[in-house]
Ligand binder design. Structure first.
Ligand SMILES: [Fe+2]
Length: 258
């Protein structure tokens, strides 16, 4: 899921269950099968362990385009998170509120056949195959829920909201992580896009060690492949990352800037 920076009004969000199943077409099922085959190869090649474990734990390896109700129920049974069906971009305020409440927004729409390799707009494949696997990892979901809580607390500051959006982008969407001496894919935008995957793999000089200040200073553009990718030293860094963010924001030099 990608978000748009919106106004800073407190969110009024209700987390209803997924609506009645949308009728997916034969074309959708064909696109899904093509996307899944490429994705599976990428995942088995170089995704982080938590990604692969969640993929199998949720039964996403079936390769079937499943009703969102079924996915939400399976997710809730596995980890307590639920899905909320949405149309396209979600406003930042609603997004962080959902994460805080352990509800993940998922787009109904599937990318068109002409854009299978790269979908700048949020789509069903990205949200399901990119985000769901990691939602069964407790370290990851604690990070996401805490990110949501901090996001809600920070809605009064457009500057902090922008920094948090960059943090999300450079970890959840396009992050890399070091595991057993090699660099693995953590970011959902890389895992679900053949173009982003090839770009991230080919341009190894564009990798930067994860640094909070550098992340906050690095704008993101989700309409194209990334100019650089941040590498977390370990997956467990997610356990302490939001505490580091809070300390960073509370530092006198940062507090004065707000
Ligand atoms: Fe996403």
């Amino acid at each position: 899921m990608h978000t748009s920076i919106d106004d800073e009004r407190p969110p009024q969000v209700t987390h209803s269950s997924p609506a009645a199943a949308r009728e997916y077409t034969t074309q959708d099922a064909w696109s899904w099968s093509i996307l899944h085959a490429q994705y599976r190869t990428r995942l088995m090649t170089n995704a982080c362990e938590a990604f692969v474990e969640g993929y199998f734990a949720l039964g996403l390896d079936s390769g079937r385009l499943e009703p969102m109700e079924d996915l939400s129920l399976r997710l809730e049974q596995a980890c307590g998170w639920r899905l909320r069906a949405v149309d396209g971009l979600v406003a930042h305020s609603q997004f962080v509120c959902s994460l805080r409440d352990r509800v993940f927004p998922v787009s109904w729409s599937l990318r068109p056949p002409s854009s299978l390799h790269f979908a700048p707009a949020p789509d069903l494949f990205h949200d399901v195959m990119g985000h769901l696997p990691l939602l069964v990892n407790p370290t990851y979901t604690s990070f996401l829920a805490e990110y949501g809580a901090l996001g809600v607390e920070s809605l009064g500051s457009s500057e902090v909201t922008e920094w948090l959006a960059r943090l999300y982008w450079h970890t959840v969407e396009t992050g890399l992580v070091r595991e057993r001496g090699t660099v693995k894919v953590l970011g959902t935008a890389i895992a679900t896009s053949q173009s982003e995957w090839e770009h991230a793999g080919a341009l190894q000089t564009s990798r930067r060690a994860f640094d909070l200040g550098a992340v906050f200073d690095c704008p993101n553009d989700d309409s194209k492949v990334q100019p650089c990718y941040f590498v977390l030293h370990t997956f467990d860094r997610l356990r302490t990352l939001l505490s580091e963010v809070r300390q960073h924001l509370a530092a006198p030099s940062m507090a004065d800037a707000l």
